[in-house]
Design a protein around this ligand. Structure first.
Ligand code: NAD
Length: 327
């Protein structure tokens, strides 16, 4: 039986990945600071532990796992990453996790380790035009991410690549672009735009108003969780090391994202634009390298993913406040 360790298995992507790996017949160990918040873990073994501590890393990597998925990070949406208030924690905590995990994986002789980088590592100067952002993998340098979160991701990409070069560690690296779906943060201050907008739409009465940070003309693309996991597994089974983008190429403005969510909810709402942390002006995944190396890339329309995500957040909002006006 193949074995996998999922670091960050209490989080959004990690909890879905543990389930997917179980479905593929793996024996799965998860590790996180916390259990998954919204559903039982699918992992066979779940360790509560802090990966900033090297002894914890050594103890969970107690065997030469077939696969390790390193998803643990101190992260969140714009309200967490772009205010500047969490910069030291983000760099220190995620940096330690990666420094420890790469060393423990090497010592234990793991067969393969996946590292989840982020599109936030791309330079800001290529993402000022909302209609023409450039995010091809080879545009990463000269480096100039717009957040410390992006700088830590870039550092850790290089860390995994250096261990591959000097110690023969078999690594895979992907740069995720805005992954969304049910069972993720939706109101704890770490939620990202799709979850935050689904929550606001669910909380509003039909004909009412929602608030949005910025003018809503900034662009992004959003990838549904199932297609993210499909891409990760295909990358792991391939010979390609990366870094490679894992995202959708369906670029929308944040205003368009909000309109699509209103359609999913069957509500008509007006948008009030207010100041808030924003990130780059435009960003879209460039999947040419992914297609070339894997012969496959995500294709599900954004609307379909939103139609699967909105009902879950609606349910969460109702459970949270049974007297809310949402219907
Ligand atoms: P998440 O916050 O839901 O999951 C991360 C998990 O890591 C959390 O459960 C957290 O408790 C855990 N963690 C943090 N510090 C830890 C520590 N010291 N020890 C053990 N566990 C710790 O985030 P996610 O959306 O599931 O993202 C997973 C990975 O993908 C992260 O590395 C993130 O940076 C990356 N990523 C995600 C997106 C996205 O859109 N979700 C985009 C780009 C990159």
């Amino acid at each position: 039986m193949k074995t996998a360790l999922v670091c960050g298995a209490g989080g959004f992507i990690g909890s879905h990945l543990a389930k997917r790996l179980k479905g593929e017949g793996y024996w799965v160990r998860g590790i996180d600071l916390k259990y998954p918040e919204f559903a039982e873990t699918a992992a066979d073994d779940f360790v509560i532990g802090d990966l900033r501590d090297p002894r914890v890393c050594e103890s969970v990597v107690d065997q030469p796992f077939d696969d390790i998925y390193q998803l643990a990070a101190d992260m969140g949406g714009a309200g967490f990453v772009f205010t500047g208030e969490n910069d030291a924690d983000i760099m220190h905590n995620s940096g330690l996790i990666n420094l420890n995990m790469v060393a423990s994986s090497c010592t234990a002789g793991v067969k393969k380790i996946f590292y989840s980088s982020s599109a936030c590592m791309y330079p800001e100067y290529n993402q000022t035009d909302p209609d023409n952002p450039k995010c091809s993998e080879d545009s990463a340098y000269p480096a100039s991410p717009d957040s410390e979160y992006g700088w830590e991701k870039l550092f850790s990409e290089r860390l995994y690549l250096a261990f591959a070069r000097n110690h023969g560690l078999n690594v895979r690296i992907a740069r995720f672009h805005n992954i969304f779906g049910p069972y993720g943060s939706w109101k704890d201050g770490r939620e990202k735009a799709p979850a935050a907008l689904c929550r606001k739409v669910a909380q509003a009465s039909d004909g009412g108003e929602i608030e949005m940070w910025g003018d809503g003309l900034q662009t992004r693309s959003f990838l549904y969780i199932d297609e993210c996991l499909e891409s990760v597994r295909r990358l792991m089974e391939s010979d390609f090391i990366g870094p490679v983008n894992i995202g959708s190429e369906e670029m929308v403005t944040i205003n368009q994202l909000a309109e699509m969510i209103m359609d999913s909810a069957g509500k008509k709402l007006s948008i009030k634009h207010i100041p808030g942390p924003l990130g780059v002006r435009g960003r879209n995944s460039d999947n040419r390298l992914l297609k070339e190396k894997l012969g496959w890339s995500p294709s599900e329309p954004l609307r379909e993913g939103l139609n699967k995500t909105y009902p879950w957040i609606h349910e969460m909002v109702e459970k949270d406040n049974p007297l809310s006006p949402c219907k």
